[in-house]
Design a protein around this ligand. Structure first.
Ligand code: AMP
Ligand code: ZN
Length: 499
């Protein structure tokens, strides 16, 4: 397996610190608002990476923090006249809801910054002791010049950074710093802010120290994988490296994986630019499987253009997959026709297509998690399955086994991408309107959509037998208006999505 490592700017062979185990850390959200779909993209990319590593047999320990103390949270709390912790709790819950709504697996451990202050203080004390940090009026700063390889992750030269930039770290430039390059590890409390006791008086941690403390506490160093969006490479991840390596003397992370930005109208989606869509709103009106497909059609490191058109296109792709699997399952469930069909060996065409698709899927994912290529393999299998179903091979016993195998293979590969198939028809995936249609044209009495579909087919069959073409057409046209078509096959008529 090869992965692109930001630290070396090359694709490298993936070798874990312990055989078959992966220690993985991905920076979590700052919970001052709902997350937008750009944030969701990054979390989704790492969910797929994790799922794929598990599929390949690794035991993955996945840690993702929640930044629940921060300037933005405090500002929001002040604006709304409530406490910072109320704001953080509300948006942490909303974040978890959206993650689950997107079928993103819960991390193994989800530490909250406010519950991890002692390990941050310990780390800061170690840095001060080692000459890498200094206290000034209740603040503590990391001394960037004390860590000679500062800049190595992002490829920056600190002497060039000194130039025009007054503050490189996102906060306000403060005279208390000995050097403008330095960044805060601990901030002295201001009135009304949440604060914790520390050797430097009351205060709160800086953002960067959180991740260093929580990742090493729960995973130990070096991490196998550290991930996040590529907007975090500098300064956040550069600072994490400096803190963790200066204090431990160990490599912080063996592989740095960074996701590309989600763009809208060619601009990065961001709350500060105001060009964002909340993920929860997108999920209100769109199936999470469709959102996942849209995102996975682009390689995780590339920028992704978000648009409604692309979402609609993804919805069509999803429908195509769902229709194929529904048809495979339906055909496989029909009794085999012993008199029909060619010799048994012909079913191997579809079995081979499945095995080839799985191999291609794995080869693409092994190449730096190329989900776009993996989806290509899946869609070509769907094409092969459709061709097979349209041929006469499907009706003998071997053919049925192959159909089942194809349906299972598609489900297996989709599952690796965290995409679920719709519930089967018996679980009421028909629209409610079929009941009304069956009442109207098939004298159906009841409230079960699957029964209604059966009643419609039975009515059509008897109407045709009686040459009552108007009645047969009423069934066909009614279903057509609802987006379905009737297919007459060797094993009887059935209703399928037009797809
Ligand atoms: P934040 O809460 O701002 O730290 O962001 C949480 C995660 O979302 C980080 O990994 C960011 O890199 C990522 N992120 C922010 N904006 C975007 C975007 N437009 N597209 C993709 N990821 C993003
Ligand atoms: Zn982080």
């Amino acid at each position: 397996m090869r992965v692109y490592n930001t630290a070396t700017r090359t694709k490298e062979e993936f070798i874990t610190r312990e055989p078959n185990k992966v220690a993985m850390y991905v920076c979590g959200p700052t919970v001052y608002n709902y997350i937008h779909i750009g944030n969701a993209r990054t979390f989704l990319s790492f969910d797929v990476i994790r799922r794929y590593l598990e599929y390949r047999g690794y035991e993955v320990t996945f840690v993702q923090n929640v930044t629940d103390v921060d300037d933005k949270i405090i500002n929001r709390a002040n604006e709304e006249g409530r406490s910072a912790s109320e704001v953080a709790v509300e948006y942490t819950e909303a974040f978890i809801d959206v993650m689950r709504g997107l079928n993103i697996e819960d991390p193994t451990i989800r530490p909250k910054a406010t519950e991890e202050i002692p390990s941050m203080i310990e780390l800061i004390e170690g840095l001060i002791g080692g000459g890498h940090a200094y206290e000034q009026d209740g603040d503590v700063y990391f001394s960037v010049r004390s860590f000679p390889s500062y800049g190595k992750l992002s490829g920056r030269d600190i002497d060039e950074m000194r130039g025009g930039e007054r503050d490189l770290h996102g906060g306000n430039f403060e005279d208390r710093k000995q050097d403008p390059l330095d960044f805060a590890l601990w901030k002295a409390a201001k009135p009304g802010e949440p604060s914790w006791d520390s050797p430097w008086g009351k205060g709160r941690p800086g953002w960067h120290i959180e991740c260093s403390a929580m990742s090493s506490k729960y995973l130990g160093l070096p991490l196998d994988i550290h991930g996040g969006g590529n907007d975090l490479v500098f300064p956040h991840h550069e600072n994490e490296v400096a803190q963790s390596e200066a204090s431990s003397g160990n490599t912080f992370a063996n592989y740095w994986l960074h996701g590309g930005m989600l763009l809208i109208d060619s601009e990065k989606m961001s709350k500060s630019e105001g060009n964002f869509l909340f993920a929860r709103d997108v999920l209100e009106s769109h199936d999470s499987n469709v959102v996942r497909l849209l995102m996975l059609q682009t390689h995780y490191r590339s920028p992704l253009d978000y648009s409604l058109d692309r979402l609609k296109e993804a919805a069509r792709s999803y429908e195509r997959i769902a229709t194929a699997v529904r048809n495979l399952e339906w055909m496989a469930s029909q009794a085999a026709d012993p008199s029909s069909g060619p010799v048994e060996g012909d079913a191997s065409v579809l079995v081979d297509a499945c095995d080839t698709a799985r191999e291609r899927f794995i080869a693409e994912m092994d190449d730096d998690f190329n989900t776009a290529g993996a989806l290509g393999a899946l869609f070509s299998l769907i094409g092969d399955a459709n061709t097979f179903m349209a041929s006469e091979y499907g009706s003998n016993e071997m053919g049925k086994q192959a159909l089942k195998y194809a349906a299972n293979t598609i489900g297996e590969l989709l599952g690796v991408l965290g995409v679920n198939l719709p519930e089967s028809e018996t679980d009421d995936s028909w629209p409610r309107e079929v009941v009304e249609l069956a009442m109207r044209v098939a004298a159906y009495v009841g409230d079960d959509t699957a029964e209604a579909v059966d009643a419609l087919l039975a009515t059509r069959a008897s109407a045709r037998a009686e040459k009552d073409w108007a009645r047969a057409d009423a069934v066909r046209d009614g279903l057509s208006d609802l987006g379905f078509t009737i297919e007459d096959t060797a094993s009887g008529a059935r209703v399928v999505y037009k797809g």
